[in-house]
Structures are given as C-alpha cells and as structure tokens.
Design a protein around this ligand. Structure first.
Ligand code: ADP
Ligand code: MG
Length: 471
C-alpha cells in the first residue's frame, strides 16, 4: 500500500485532521528513523513532540509544539524532513510545518518575552522598535546542572544577581558551543526579573546588536538606539565574538559599555572564546577583563550523567541506569549534543513503540550497544592512572612524596572516591596505609587543581572516560 493512501485502522499517526490523509505509522517511523540517523545537531529535545498531521497531494504537514519550534524547523529542518519523507515514501514529497494550533504565539510558546522597557520614554517606544529576545522558560538556574566544568561560571552568575552592577562587572562567560552559556545568561535574566520585576533588561545576541545599530544609522535613529541600550539596569549580549568583524559597532559598543559601567549598571557578555582570543580593539579586551572572566569547560562523565538524569526527569522520560551510562560515555562533546542524543533515543522509542533500552539507545546513536558496564574497581583506576602518569603501582603505595608520585596518588584517591564504593579508610589503607584525612585532603587538592587548570581538568576527564570505557 502506498503511504499516501488510506492506512489500516489503528495504524494512523497524527491526531488526524482528516481521515483520508493521516500518515501511516510505518511511514512516520521510517521518517523519524532517518531524521534520527541524519539529523545530527539539528535535533532538539522537543522534536519528540512533532506530530505528523497529514500527507496529502505530495505535502507532509508536521505540527510543531509552538511558533518558535515551527520557525526553528522552517529554518533548519525542512531539508532533513523532506529528504527523510522522500526516502520513506519513494515520492516527491514536500514538507511544511504548522505551529501548535496555529492561533498565536502566546499559548504555545516556551519563551517569556521580556517586559516592555520604560514605556513612558516616548522616544524609545516606537512601533518600529526591534523585537527583544524572548527568554526560554527552561533556561533557569533550577534546571542548570553544575559540575567542575561550570561551577565557577554558575557561582559568578548567581553572585551577579545578588548585586547587580556591583559584584562582577562585566561578567564574561566563555566556552565552546553547547556548554550552557546562553542558559546561564537567561537564568540571570529570569532571576533578576523575578526579584526586581521593574528592572530594565536588554538581552540580545551580538548579531542583533550589530543589526539594530546598522539599521539605526541608516534610518537616522541613533539617538533612540543609544537611549535603548544605555538606559538599562542589565545589558546582556550573547556571542559577543560577533563584534570582531564590525568596527563601527565595536566603537558604538565601547561607548555603550562605558556609559553603563560608569552608571554601575550590569553588563554580561558571552563568547565562544576568551577576551584575548577575539579579534577586538585592545581597549575593549581590557574592559572585558575588568570584572570576572570565567570559562565553561566540557562536562566530565559524572556531570554528563547528572545532566541526562535531570533532562530525562524534566521530560518525564524513564531511563535505566545502563542507558544513562551509555549516553554519557558515548557523547562527551557538549550538553546540546547530549540533549540531542536523549531526544533521538526518545523519538525512536516512541515511533517504534518500544520502551527505551540499550538497544534502542544504540540504534538511535548509530552505535554498537556495549555490554552492561561492570562495576569499576580500584584496579581499573590504577591501570588508567599509572598508564597516564607513567608511574608504577608500588610507587603509589610507597611513602614517596615527590610531586611526580604524589599527584597521581591523589588522582587515584580522588577517582576511587567518586567511582567506587570504597570508604575513605579503605582507600587510604590501600595507598600505603594512609588515614582517611589524607584521602579527604587529596580530594580537595584535586578539586582545586581541576578548577584552576583546564589542562589538568582535560586529563582527568580523559582518564575518567578511559576507566568507564573499560580501557
Ligand atoms: P551555548 O550558549 O554555550 O552554546 P546553550 O546555553 O544554548 O549553550 O546550551 C545548549 C543546551 O544545553 C541548552 O538546551 C541548555 O539548556 C543545555 N545545557 C547546557 N549546559 C547545561 C547544564 N549545565 N545543565 C543543564 N542543561 C544544560
Ligand atoms: Mg549560546
């Protein structure tokens, strides 16, 4: 039977607008399998809510949960779904996306618009005012998982909310894509708005700032532009690295920065690299360093596990521990990909109508399911640490205190504490009869070093990954 024809009873997908054209389950299954296999970073957690409405006259209509999601699909996912639909049906099918009930943005939207800013200021309140970024409701502190990779950034973000313009000004968060910069920035806005509902906040991407600026220059509305960005309590600009190729905007931003700074108004910036690494005028770079600059690193294994647990709970997805471990050890790049992986697994399980297990997870990720992980032993840890630091077990168990031995010994204690169930006493005893305070001290030292030295942090992550992978 052609997927375009009537499906058998009970085989329909979609909430069925019209009986003639509902989409067959098997067809939608194929489409989703293809999307999961080829969607890469395009896939978003809410893809699980996409709903095929009908497939008629060569057009597949897919309902997205809200207007933002529909827009996202139209921008990034049309090709993905079109190719998947064509492969699944063997026909030349087009795809179009609808938003929820297609009535209005407000009901379905997952975002909170920032409140109108200073509506009494007639010069700013023009109908042409470029739209403000909407805050995503999910990007709040409560949903942010902390670990060694982001603890400092998280603490600094909280501190900024406590003393706007006073604690750290500016706050500059940097780190690779998908590590939670935008989430933290928005969490700050949510928190500030919660505590000071009248606070004037501008949250925007640097690209928007540059576009608004260019537009203002062209339309002779520089005065309004300046009023808008220089009369706020909090200015948050995401992805500031975008300023690099825009000299005039840099100049404008420089003055915006100075005005706000002098008025003790809070400035928060994010970037995919540190201030020095962006090709910007020196006077801006030095200003970025006036307050707090903090980097977010890739999450380590334990943080990845915690993130998966949190995301799954948030979305009401039940996951067995072996699936969680599988995802956390398969995806070590960034949190966005981790979310994407969870979405893929959920989509596949929904469409196949099977509970999520390790086979579904492996299928979704295009990987072999690894056998269930054995409990990690202290020997696994020793093997990985001695290999990485090039020391012998006897050295670790000796009383030598040279750094070349003391550091790997502390690493072993630290990992043993985290990855096995041994008590402090047992671990101390194992490493040359040391007492539990030595193990506590080792834990603290490694925690500190990890926070201060990104290279060490990376080494620690590699060792952890090797241990969990059973290498
Ligand atoms: P960036 O701005 O650094 O590219 P985002 O803030 O957009 O990254 O984060 C990508 C996704 O990962 C978002 O959905 C965000 O909620 C999630 N995320 C990132 N870090 C964390 C974290 N520590 N805890 C929970 N979710 C996170
Ligand atoms: Mg971002």
């Amino acid at each position: 039977m052609s997927p375009l024809s009537m499906p058998a009873d009970g085989e329909r997908m979609g909430k069925g607008y019209n009986n003639m054209a509902v989409v067959e389950r098997s067809c939608w299954q194929k489409i989703i399998q293809d999307v999961v296999a080829n969607g890469g970073n395009i896939i978003r957690p809410w893809f699980t809510e996409l709903d095929p409405v009908c497939l008629e006259h060569g057009l597949l209509e897919i309902k997205a949960p809200g207007l933002n999601e529909k827009n996202y699909c139209e921008h990034f996912a049309v090709r993905l779904f079109t190719e998947a639909a064509q492969k699944a049906t063997g026909h030349l099918v087009g795809v179009c996306f609808l938003a929820g009930n297609e009535i209005s943005d407000e009901d379905n939207d997952t975002s909170t618009p920032l409140p109108p800013q200073n509506p009494s200021a007639a010069e700013t309140a023009t109908a042409e005012r470029p739209a403000a970024v909407k805050l995503c409701k999910e990007y709040v502190f409560e949903n942010f998982v902390t670990g060694p990779c982001n603890r400092l950034a998280h603490a600094a973000s909280l501190a900024v909310c406590e003393g706007l313009g006073k604690t750290y000004n500016p706050l500059f968060l940097h780190g690779a894509s998908g590590l939670g910069k935008t989430h933290l920035l928005q969490a700050i806005c949510h928190r500030v708005l919660g505590e000071l509902p009248d606070a004037k906040i501008e949250f925007l991407t640097c690209e928007m700032f540059v576009n608004h600026f260019i537009d203002a220059v062209e339309k002779g509305k520089l005065h309004e532009f300046r009023y808008r960005y220089r009369h706020v309590d909090l200015l948050v600009i995401d992805d500031i690295q975008f300023l690099a190729d825009h000299e005039q905007s840099q100049e404008e931003f420089f003055h915006t920065f100075n005005t706000l700074y002098q008025d003790q108004k809070q400035i928060i910036l994010s970037s995919d690299r540190g201030p020095q690494e962006i090709d910007l005028e020196e006077r801006l770079v030095s200003r970025f360093n006036w307050g707090m600059v903090t980097r977010i690193d890739r999450p380590c294994y334990e943080t990845r596990v915690a993130i998966i647990h949190k995301k799954a709970r948030q979305r009401g997805i039940a996951l067995d521990e072996d699936v969680v471990c599988f995802l956390a050890s398969s995806i070590d790049t960034n949190t966005r990909e981790l979310e994407g992986a969870l979405a893929k697994v959920t989509m596949l399980s929904q469409v196949m109508n099977q509970p999520i297990d390790i086979t579904i997870a492996a299928d979704a990720l295009g990987k072999e399911a690894t056998p269930k992980k054995h409990d990690i032993t202290i020997d696994d840890i020793l093997k990985a640490v001695t290999r990485r630091f090039n020391v012998r077990l006897t050295d670790l168990q000796s009383h030598r205190r040279t750094r070349s031995v003391a550091l790997p010994r502390q690493v072993c204690m630290y990992l043993a504490r985290r990855m096995t169930r041994h008590s402090l006493e047992e671990i101390g005893g194992y490493f040359g009869g040391r007492d539990h305070t030595t193990v506590m001290h080792a834990n603290k030292s490694i925690e500190n070093l990890r926070g201060q030295d990104p290279q060490f942090q990376a080494t620690l992550e590699k060792i952890t990954d090797e241990i969990t992978a059973g290498l």
